[in-house]
Design a protein around this ligand. Structure first.
Ligand SMILES: Cc1cc2nc3c(=O)[nH]c(=O)nc-3n(C[C@H](O)[C@H](O)[C@H](O)COP(=O)(O)OP(=O)(O)OC[C@H]3O[C@@H](n4cnc5c(N)ncnc54)[C@H](O)[C@@H]3O)c2cc1C
Length: 540
């Protein structure tokens, strides 16, 4: 890489150097403006990486400039801010000199890929990146010293509520803890780090003819999903992801590493399966996975002029489907009276006749417009998700979603759901087919206790008030909700997610394991007895 002093180099010299290889433009205060020069040079060359040392007068201007550079040059201009400019981006109230583990701060180049999540834009003051449980403990000690700031926990960055980022706060990002290993082949026992994605897990298990049902998108991270539930394409055949969990290792709020299983801290193990994010930072999961060979995988597109009728038919067909079959429905607002319905179906069978016979009734709930049905590997289905590249995730704004469980997809529900979609307040509506193996687990076995609904529904809208006003009109059809598909952090939603005795038990365990409520920023379960500090590190 050639270093060029902008006070000395002429435009011709710059182009000649950049044609020979990557260059860094050094701004010494004289000569050409480095940013203008970088874009000009990017236009005159191809492929060359252009590094820039740069200062800007305000945070807002700098951010805008970086975004523009990235867009205009397709990421070819790499800004390596000088230390003074980087320090200027620091946020108030953070002891940057006392950071105990590897971390990214706003002036770091790689920070841009870690500041936001898949769906939500963010601007944290510091992203701590521990690589071991003892580094997680150190990060938590740092977080306890910064109680005044929001605290996000991040694994795969796909949380729909987006609380794995924040504005000006701390994030503990365990994406680097992403190993996947087989512990015991005869018991199909595997150990997975929270930072792995479900796509990576599926690929690792595939060579053994094993699979672990997760969700419908392989880009989602293990940490967030395996602490909440995991309602996916294999759920009716094999149960929720957390039904396969045999042990979890985590670091508690006070920094203590613990292991929870049926025999070690069983009450914590109960809580971690459904409400995990309130109890600690999960650092490893042990799952007993399933034997899964090839599966039938279908993507059908149907058009319906009568959405209510199509939803009714979907409900009836889904109710009668054998448990090897899971079919999710996605639709949006009808246009000119026509609804486009997408069905995503998985049949746990490699027999084409079985697959076709299972899917045919679903294909008749509307007019079939497109179909793709294949016999393939579960890993290939998860592999359809795009990889998150080195530039990270770039969600923007605030996602707005609501979730609910539907005990029975009644005709009245179909009518009201169709009205919801016609309201224009929902741009994405999904019904997830439940039942089957999900119902095999006793509701008392873990914190995730809504075991018998026929469906889980998720709706995304443009604004909170508009979505709530329409979604709440369906309340009579609902019982419970899945937190992973909601973005409303108010206590009402937490109360919806857990039946009262379950919530009471969770609050009492929260008092035991996180009495100061350090983990409070994503669907907070408040400790049953409020914490009254006498002399703690926060107030002493
Ligand atoms: C495109 C897409 C498809 C999805 N499909 C499905 C699906 O089919 N089935 C399903 O069940 N869900 C699905 N989800 C929801 C998903 O399971 C949750 O959003 C999950 O929390 C994402 O996990 P993550 O690690 O990627 O997210 P992150 O954003 O990293 O984390 C989300 C939240 O999980 C908690 N958390 C994260 N890491 C840890 C940890 N190590 N220890 C303790 N708590 C932690 C925190 O509260 C955090 O805010 C989907 C989400 C998206 C965006």
């Amino acid at each position: 890489m050639t270093s060029l002093d902008l006070a000395l180099a002429s435009p011709e010299e710059l182009v000649a150097a950049a044609r020979d290889g990557d260059v860094v433009l050094r701004d010494s205060g004289e000569g050409l403006d480095p940013l203008t020069t970088a874009v000009w040079l990017a236009g005159r060359t191809s492929g060359t990486k252009i590094g820039v040392s740069f200062e800007a007068s305000s945070d807002a201007m700098r951010e805008k400039t970086l975004d523009s550079l990235e867009t205009l040059t397709g990421g070819r201009v790499v800004v390596d801010a000088d230390p003074a400019a980087a320090r200027a981006l620091r946020r108030d109230g953070i002891d940057y000199d006392g950071v105990p583990v590897p971390a990214l701060e706003p002036g770091d180049r790689s920070f841009r890929g870690r500041r936001s999540t898949y769906l939500r834009g963010g601007s944290p003051g510091l992203v701590l990146q521990p690589r071991t449980p003892s580094e997680v403990a150190a990060a938590l000690e740092f977080a306890r010293r910064h109680r005044h700031l929001p605290l996000g926990l991040r694994s795969g960055g796909h949380g729909i509520s987006g609380r794995s980022t924040n504005d000006g706060g701390l994030v503990i990002d365990v994406s680097g803890m992403n190993t996947i290993e087989v512990l015991d082949p005869s018991a199909r026992l595997v150990r997975v780090g929270p930072g792995a994605t479900w796509k990576q897990v599926a690929v690792s298990l595939d060579k053994y003819d094993w699979a672990l049902g997760s969700g419908d998108y392989g880009g989602v991270g293990v940490g967030g999903l395996a602490t909440a539930g995991g309602i996916g394409l294999l759920s009716r055949a094999h149960g929720l992801t957390i039904d396969h969990l045999r042990a979890v290792e985590l670091v508690l709020a006070d920094g203590t590493p613990v292991r929870a299983s049926a025999t070690e801290n069983p009450d914590l193990f109960w809580a971690m399966r459904g409400a995990g994010a309130n109890f600690g930072v999960a650092t490893a999961f042990e799952f007993e996975v399933d034997e899964v060979r090839e599966v039938g995988w279908a993507k059908l597109v149907l058009v319906s002029a009568d959405l209510e009728e199509s939803l009714k038919q979907y409900g009836a067909v889904a109710r009668n489907a054998p448990r090897d079959t899971t079919v999710f429905l996605v639709t949006g607002p009808p246009r000119q009276g026509q609804s486009v319905i997408q069905l995503y179906g998985m049949v746990d069978s490699d027999d084409p006749d079985v697959v076709i016979s299972r899917l045919t009734p679903f294909a008749s709930i509307g007019m079939l417009a497109q179909q793709q049905v294949v016999i393939t590997r579960y890993a290939d289905v998860m592999g359809e998700a795009a990889d998150v590249g080195p530039e990270g995730q770039h969600g923007r704004g605030e996602p707005v979603a609501r979730s609910a469980f539907v005990p029975v997809l009644t005709d009245a529900f179909a009518r009201d759901a169709a009205r919801l979609l016609r309201s224009g307040q929902v741009y994405y509506f999904q019904l997830r087919h439940m039942g089957g193996a999900i119902t095999d687990v006793d509701p008392g076995e873990m914190a995730f206790s809504y075991r018998t609904p026929e469906m889980s529904v998720a709706a995304m809208g443009g604004d909170r008030q508009g979505l709530d006003s329409q979604f709440d009109r369906l309340a009579a059809h609902f019982d419970g909700l899945y937190l992973s598909f909601d973005t409303d952090l108010r206590p009402e939603r937490v109360a919806d997610a857990f039946p009262p005795p379950v919530l009471a038990r969770l609050r009492s365990l929260k008092h035991r394991y996180d009495p100061t409520n350090l983990f409070r920023d994503n669907f907070n379960i408040t400790p049953s007895t409020p914490f009254t500090p006498f002399a703690t590190e926060e107030n002493s």
